[in-house]
Design a binder for this molecule. Sequence first.
Ligand SMILES: [Fe+2]
Length: 519
Amino acid sequence: MISRRLFLGATTAGLVLPTSLARAQISANPFTLGIASGSPRTDSVILWTRLAPEPLLGGGMPAGDVVVRYRVWEDAEMRRLLREGDVMAPEDDAHSVHLKLEGLAPGREYWYSFAVGEYESPVGRTRTAGSSGGTARLALASCQSWQSGFYAAYNDMAEWVPDCVVHVGDYIYEGGIGTIGTRQVEKPGETLTFRTVRLHNCNEIVTLRDYRDRYALYKGDRALQAAHAASPWIVAMDDHEVDNNWAAEVPQDPWAQTPLEFQVRKIAAFKAWFEHMPVERPPVFYGLESRLQMYDSYRFGPAKVHLLDTRQYRSDQYLDEETCGTGYNGQGRAPCTEEDQAARTMLGLAQEKWLARELRGSDAGFNVLASQIWMAPFHYNTAEDPVSVNTDSWDGYNAARARLIETLGQGVANPVVISGDWHCAAAMTIHEEPGNSRSRPIAHEFASTGISSDCGWMHEMEQMRSVNPHVSHLNARQHGYCRFDVTERDWTTAYRVVSDPYDPASPCTTDVELRTRDM
Ligand SMILES: [Fe+2]
């Protein structure tokens, strides 16, 4: 089999492509998962699709690599054809296509489509990154649990047509099949109601086939497809693309998965993630070791976005189980003294150094850190010691956060953190001493609520609002996403919320609009 990279290299050298043997055997529309573009640079973008006539049954493609035709236009009316050619959909990559389109102009829109045999994909719009100056329209999304709501937020996002969508993870959830209907949770003074509106396709996913079919389930959603077709995306996985709250080599439940089982599971998860994302670099496997290069920086006019990887290199959040526990148990957790040890890392040494270099060398008006998890602190108890926090977020990594805040405080222009994970919209100030809101403000953080994932801890967050004075906006009760309008001098965040999370055609409105210069 010809490797993808060799093949793409060969096409630029003018190699004549074989016609596809499999083409004649594709018996149904293979473009069921839509199209996408991503990783936009000033002169290039990745175009993506995956051929899957039977999306929930392993794809349903005949054996063998398949040649896919692509076309790129300079206008929405598709009158000015810029380029056309062939690209391989390798069987080994689940017949996904990752075409790096090069030689493009900066800050410019393009339209593209794929075709195989008699079948044509929808037409997508993409846009290259802008080098500097001008304006940028960015959208932030995360946490799209299939079962707990519909994706009306994505219809609204597609209509807005951002320059780029930043997705900071939980694109899929790995869990099993729920139960359709409502679920009530009693809290002091109120009853919370959650609904399961549609079901996962199988039990908790573990194998490559499981992960592929789960991505296919999610990517079958029309609203999600519309948002992909409207704009390029940059994506970083969080925990649920593999296993809840995993950290480097450690799964959520080390007592239930052996290290070997988790290594094999990560290989499957990483491979399927690549196969379904408009990203350039496939995972690298060394024996049972797996690595994905997710962290990178992207330039959108006045904003430089540093997409972080807060999952793959982190120290384990499973500290001393006896005294600290892990993650969030409804009341938060007491942080361990170990958390303050300098050796604990969130980004890993190489990424930490890379980020410091990128930030120091940046000439952008706004320096954005796209973090999967919240960087600002949040305390889940009153001011007594010990404070109770979510140890899966940066709150579990105090020393690493302190190092990063120190870097940000050394002349980095307008640091803005954008984050997800917590299914709760929030605007926060990150202070020099994160727990002391009278210390010097260093950065703003805009956390997106889930596209569809529920916030089971909304009650506790609202109760503890007063002990978190650095939080200027909090809405854990609605689903949605963030819109960012950036100019050289100003950053505006609009928190878009879905009126009815259980209606796939729900309207969206702006809950709150904030400008960093007013904060
Ligand atoms: Fe999530």
